[in-house]
Design a protein around this ligand. Structure first.
Ligand SMILES: [Ca+2]
Ligand SMILES: [Ca+2]
Ligand SMILES: [Ca+2]
Ligand SMILES: [Ca+2]
Length: 278
């Protein structure tokens, strides 16, 4: 028989994994952590899990993040694809930078993901996530980018979420197991849509992003809970020939708001040329 682990896994599976997680894995050189005051963000296992990564995002020792990772769909792809393990990762001070030389080996685009961590006040942490894609193909490409986020406030159960602003700003709280960091926020700049589902839903967001079908996020799932929250944002970008494009999301936990994320930035060298010579 075939064992299908992960995509349909239950909260019981998550509990077992929580007991065994640590700084482990064959991609050990690529995992690491950054800190700012009492805030920490880390990749703490290899990049082969169904979500793609496992993380901590903590304020004064309270970790509220199970996983966050990225997926893409380019041109006429018939499904979404998970970003593989990065080719390089640098953890320095409060900034982590992951890079891919050629995402998926497609010859279409390279990528750089920068995480900027801050600790603005006690019992809080913020994280700015900026993903930049750079064309390798010499042609323009239409790319859908997906950012998957599994917050677990205090523990993985009892999280409630609301749409604070359509369709780019989500607020979370755990009213059952409160501590000083039992709230969170997720924001996206210039995204086209979001989705929220429970971790154990069938299909869940991991299933949608890993299956062999095209899925676009449909602005459903809020208000949510109480339950095991998972969410994702989607952007549509046109990556110019020899250009680059970036998208940004932000997180907060505890006694602070998520920073306002930048809207997508698109650099097209041909437009610069035309502007200069017309
Ligand atoms: Ca964690
Ligand atoms: Ca919780
Ligand atoms: Ca899919
Ligand atoms: Ca969760």
């Amino acid at each position: 028989m075939l064992l299908t682990l992960g995509v349909g896994s239950s909260n019981a599976d998550k509990q077992r994994e929580i007991r065994t997680q640590g700084l482990i894995g064959p991609e050990g050189a690529l995992i690491g952590s950054i800190t700012s005051g009492g805030a920490e963000f880390s990749y703490h296992t290899d990049f082969t899990s169904v979500e793609g990564a496992r993380n901590n995002f903590s304020a004064d020792g309270n970790d509220n993040l199970w996983a966050t990772w990225w997926y893409f769909r380019v041109n006429g792809d018939t499904q979404e694809y998970k970003f593989p393990a990065p080719d390089n990762a640098i953890y320095s001070g409060n900034v982590a930078t992951l890079t891919w030389n050629d995402v998926g080996g497609l010859g279409l685009f390279s990528a750089g993901l920068v995480h900027n961590l801050n600790d603005p006040v006690a019992n809080s942490a913020t994280l700015v996530n900026t993903m930049t894609l750079t064309d390798l193909s010499g042609n323009s490409n239409d790319i859908e980018i997906f950012h998957y986020i599994d917050f677990d406030l205090a523990d993985f159960n009892n999280d409630e979420a609301l749409l604070t602003q359509a369709n780019n700003y989500i607020s979370l709280v755990d009213n059952v197991t409160p501590n000083l960091v039992n709230v969170g926020e997720l924001r996206a700049g210039g995204n086209v849509s979001f989705i929220v589902r429970a971790y154990s839903d069938d299909p869940n967001i991991r299933g949608l992003l890993n299956d062999t079908l095209v899925d676009d996020l449909d602005n459903t799932g809020l208000p949510f809970g109480p339950g095991d929250f998972t969410g994702a944002f989607q952007w549509s970008i046109s990556l110019a020939a020899n250009g680059y494009s970036s998208v940004e999301s932000t997180f907060a936990i505890g006694a602070t708001a998520a920073p306002i994320p930048n809207d997508p930035y698109e650099y097209d060298p041909d437009l610069i040329y035309q502007n200069g010579f017309e």
